[in-house]
Design a protein around this ligand. Sequence first.
Ligand code: DPP
Ligand code: ZN
Length: 874
Amino acid sequence: PQTIYLSEYKVPAYLVDQVDLRFELFEDGARVHSTLTVRRNPDSGESAAPLFLHGDSLQLESVALNGSPLRTGEFEDRGDALVVPSVPEKFELQVVTWIEPQNNTRLEGLYKSSGMFCTQCEAEGFRCITFYPDRPDVMARFRTRIEADKSAYPVLLSNGNPVDNGELENGRHFVTWEDPFPKPAYLFALVAGDLVEKKDTFTTCSGRNIDLRMYVEPRNAKKCDFAMDALKRSMRWDEDVYGREYDLDIFMIVAVDDFNMGAMENKGLNIFNSSCVLASQETATDAAFQRIEAIVAHEYFHNWSGNRVTCRDWFQLSLKEGFTVFRDSQFSADMGSPTVKRIEDATLLRTAQFAEDAGPMAHPVRPASYMEISNFYTLTIYEKGAEVVRMIHNLLGDEMFRKGSDLYFQRHDGQAVTTDDFVRAMEDASGRDLGQFRLWYEQAGTPVVSVSDEYDESSGIYRLTVRQSIPDTPGQTGKKPQHIPFALGLLGADGQPLPLKLSGESGEAPLERVLELSQAEHCFEFEGLSERPVPSLLRDFSAPVRVHYPWTREQLLFLMSHDPDGFNRWDAGQRLAVDVIQSLVGAPESAGVEPRLVDAYRSLLQDSELDQALMAKMLQLPSEAYLIELAEQADVAAIHQAREKVLGYLAEGLRDELMACYRRNVGQGDYQLTPEAIARRSLRNTALGWLLHIGDQEALALAKEQFRGADNMTDRLGALRALVNSDFAEDRTQALEAFYKRFSDDPQVVELWFSVQASSDRAGQLPQIRQLLDHPAFDWKNPNKVRSVVGAFAAQNLAAFHNPDGSGYEFLAEQVCRLDDSNPQIAARLVAPLTRWRKFAPGYSKQMKSALERIRDKAELSRDVYEVVHKSLA
Ligand code: DPP
Ligand code: ZN
């Protein structure tokens, strides 16, 4: 496979002004008639360039230029491209292709999912529909006519507004859609099916009425309300916070079961993976509701950050994704608990993105090269990209950031632009120089910020030395220091915040401040301190960096109960737990657990003042995945044992407090999705899980009762999970059977059922995983099922996956090879856990590497998997 470089970007030789499409949909295939109105790009230096159109898996039926069929020799069908060597300056090109959606298992382009036709064109799926200059800087107006059998496909949808419809012969009908906004082909969408319609309306800030519609399979009609409300909240929020009004008269959401991604922001016609949009109290957990709200908002926000202003090329992917993730995280923070949202985002970043940044696939937020762009829909592009925008927001402040985003949207409306254009708009609006800041887009790797301090009692000066360094990553060494906003506070022994007066400053000193790091080393002197302070560093996770400071356990305990910054309070607890667990990794059986940890958790559980949502987060022990990420050479079994030991010790020591916590938080009243209600469910289910972990009989009875009587999925699943992860083998089996029986006809819940087992070291050992693959509800063609079994096993059931005998790795290699033939995008994602082989102790890493080599040696490897495997072995 070829490598594509950002440095080789060239403007397109030809532009497309108008695309007219006619789809004839049949059971054995589809015929696509395309008419492109093309002109030479005045900005391209090449005057006699051939016309080059991408194609993939297409059967060409005919091609005509300005109405005259082209003869052999006048065009070249290369399979992956259609080339017309000689074209006039302006012309119309008519192309007819035949495709087979019913056999499309890659789920790119046009395919069928449970009887309906649907599309996925980002990033390069449109070329699987027809020949086209399939690059985001070619923006055209689309008109789309869909023809299909009327009884099987009464609903025919595409982008924009419906402008025509009618009956055809043989029981067929058609609908024509027109999208007035020029767009890249990756935003094209088509849906045809027998779907029910849910309607609502939204009145925009300027008083326009927008027709809102959801289209779902009839069995899902009851699961639409939450997403529809989330959509309306998103539309209002984007008006209030960013001044962005919706632009078409109609906005549609469609749910499909088979989908590679979570959802897709096609203009006016968002297509969602069912699991990311359908929800009801009985079938969706709190986490699912929150995820759905965030994804609905994310896709809606793309209408401006992505669609109206799009990416020039795929190296700029974070232009729309990083910005839009930042926007959806602001939205979620506004809708719920901002501290909890920040904790969740930072946890994901530190556990998974830091690991990506430290592995063989590490890449900058704006990559410089790729083989297969689908491999770059990563945590770095999305989550780190969002953190980069968040830092700009923090550096500029609310008002200037809004000025900057207004300028960006206004200046680039209708254009395909770069991350640099985004930063420039922020600079121009605010007058700030973000020159050095741009390195965040160019340099890969997670900066390490090391802090040391000195206190001089006689002068009252507290000196902080702050050093930054960025580790080497594949292809990048000797990196330059970055511009890092570093928020901090200092606490006195009584827990009071101390004034932060830098040497030489006058006036009233703030109690918290953001230091701007720009050099490899800084020294900050704070004056007027009558005691040695405890530093609270990187408050609210003000930059995506690792902070090293030699906190003592005493100091962490202190911060855990006194830091006014909620995020750092949580973080102090995490650091303490990490320290305690790490000290037990590989230690003899007899080694004791730090008793102060139990005391700290006890005061937490008894703290009636503390925000319950924060308490619920603080009670989560650091995950195995995070502990592995922090390790130099991870010994998974030892980490697993140490963590289990601490969990057991805490649960034993806090048995009564946990029971009281459970009883205090059992449900009263109706199911609600407020942060308080979510926190209560989280607290009681955590308590239940811990108590079952130590085999508590009373808790067993409570779990069974909760499992049977729950009026919502969070509690039912919480009880199921606690039972599954306990040693009560018989109760586990019974609960799993009952759960399946109750929900067997709901695919989303069946996916939960799969993943609860696959991620449990009790119910998800390899032989049991293989049984799940043979289960009648498992389906290799459905990405959600693959993720819920194979993905959950490899990413969450770490002790079982990293079985020292190597069987877990071999299993994963086998599944990757099998999937590579049908769905390479999903196959390439599943490889990820193996790519980190260098991170593990030698006994593990050798076997992980040989599993990768097995995949490498498979015949006819897809470009997707090829890139991941070869880069990991390099
Ligand atoms: N559908 C994916 C997202 O919204 C890719 N655009 O992030
Ligand atoms: Zn997105």
